[in-house]
Design a protein around this ligand. Structure first.
Ligand SMILES: [Fe+2]
Length: 428
């Protein structure tokens, strides 16, 4: 975990220099992810849920402008007042926002203007950090930590949204044509790691940055359980497909079965049948399906149906965290440069972190004692605690220093354009 991104901002009140370095690094990483794009790619929006790269680049800048520069940098002049609405995602307390489904309508501002906007915000942020007074720094550094983590979340979305956009182009363009292609190998046999459970604590309660939804730390009772040693693989999920899993209503949640029929789902998103072979669209283009790698781009509904078919269940988020809390958060993250899930190696508990976000059986709800922060930043996480499910552990496109054992990601149960996979659990 990075020293500053993971640090408690209040403890860093007089140590601004490391923040400058991290700010530069996070900003540069977003732009580096866009280097493989051509200018026509920047405005693409091929689905309501997937934003254009240009919008992501501008929106993360809007975040610093709105929550740091406007309140804390005396005399700050906005780059363009119209951007306050254009690049607001969903903050009602900031004002109106351009509809999510219409982000692809924004041929103007140009890509060039958005890069100038970024440079304007960068210069002002460095001025703010250079002259930040001790009186504002405790609050400003809290907001800066959120802003940097927010930009990292959008770095992941940049990649998953580009994958969506390119997948519907008949040319199937690779985002990058120099990504490593996995050498075929067998996945290790899936084992079960047993845990006695008991009264355990979960949630963030220690040092370092965490989102508000990870707190308060609290006790949960876990009956004895077993967690699979690795995620379910493409090969295993293919057995479910070939056994008629998508045609058997007995396996599905009611809303899931409705979705299967409405969307005509017959396999994970990005799988394609070519003659007798299964292929998958990846950020490196169309490839043979890697049967040993974790299955990905499956919704909560598909994960749950598979678990039902396999006579197991999904783990709760508390079970997952109780196990993960003892492990270093290392794995196949974006920093590895693979940009695709890889097959597990060896025996024992593997891949809790990285490769694929892991579906859990837990609804995304407030922990006992949770209170939303006051003001617009209180809208960051709290207002989404309805109808979504928790996923854990990060994926192959998550920045490595962004994730921790207590981290709670959340998506609607039908969504599957993120790198979402799962591992099984069962009662003992
Ligand atoms: Fe955002």
């Amino acid at each position: 975990m990075n020293d500053v991104l993971g640090a408690d901002p209040a403890d860093e009140a007089r140590a601004i220099t490391p923040w400058v370095e991290v700010f530069r690094r996070v900003r540069a990483a977003s732009e580096a992810l866009c280097q493989p794009l051509i200018v026509e790619d920047y405005g693409l929006q091929t689905a309501d849920f997937a934003s254009p790269p240009k919008w992501h680049l501008a929106h993360v800048s809007w975040f610093y402008e709105t929550f740091l520069l406007t309140p804390y940098l005396p005399g700050y002049i906005a780059f363009d007042p119209a951007y306050r609405k254009l690049f607001n995602s969903y903050y009602e307390q900031v004002g109106e926002y351009h509809p999510r489904s219409q982000r692809g309508f924004l041929s103007r501002p140009s890509v060039e203007a958005v890069y100038r906007y970024r440079a304007h915000v960068d210069a002002a942020m460095l001025e703010l950090l250079d002259g930040a007074s001790p009186s504002i720094w405790p609050t400003a550094s809290q907001r800066l930590a959120i802003g940097l983590n927010h930009e990292q979340q959008h770095q992941e979305l940049l990649l998953t949204d580009i994958k969506q956009h390119f997948s519907v182009n008949p040319l199937r363009p690779p985002y990058r044509d120099d990504l490593p292609v996995p050498v075929p190998r067998e996945a290790p046999t899936m084992g079960w790691v047993e845990h006695e459970g008991g009264l355990q604590a979960i949630g963030h309660g220690g040092e370092g940055f965490a989102y508000d939804n990870e707190s308060p730390r609290h006790k949960v009772f876990l009956p004895p359980f077993a967690l699979a040693s690795r995620p379910v693989t493409n090969g295993e999920f293919l057995e479910f497909v070939e056994a008629g899993g998508y045609r058997n209503p007995a396996l599905w949640l009611s809303d899931g079965w409705s979705t299967v029929n409405r969307e005509a789902w017959a396999h994970p998103r990005y799988w394609e049948r070519h003659g007798s072979e299964w292929m998958e669209f990846t950020l490196g283009g169309l490839r043979l399906l890697d049967l040993a790698a974790p299955v990905t781009h499956v919704s909560h509904y598909e994960a749950d149906a598979y678990a039902c078919w396999a006579e197991a269940r999904l783990p709760t988020e508390a079970e997952w965290e109780h196990v993960a809390a003892n492990l270093a958060p290392r794995g196949n993250f974006v920093d590895s440069g693979v940009l695709h899930p890889q097959a597990a190696r060896g025996d024992g508990l593997q891949q809790l972190f990285g490769d694929v976000w892991e579906h859990t059986a837990s609804a995304y709800l407030a922990y006992p004692g949770y209170r939303r922060a006051a003001g617009a930043l209180g809208e960051y996480n709290g207002k989404f605690m309805s109808g979504q499910m928790v996923l854990r552990g990060g994926s192959c496109v998550t920045p490595a220093d962004h994730v921790r054992a207590t981290y709670r990601n959340f998506f609607y149960p039908h969504e599957r354009w993120q790198f979402q996979g799962f591992r099984l659990a069962r009662d003992l």
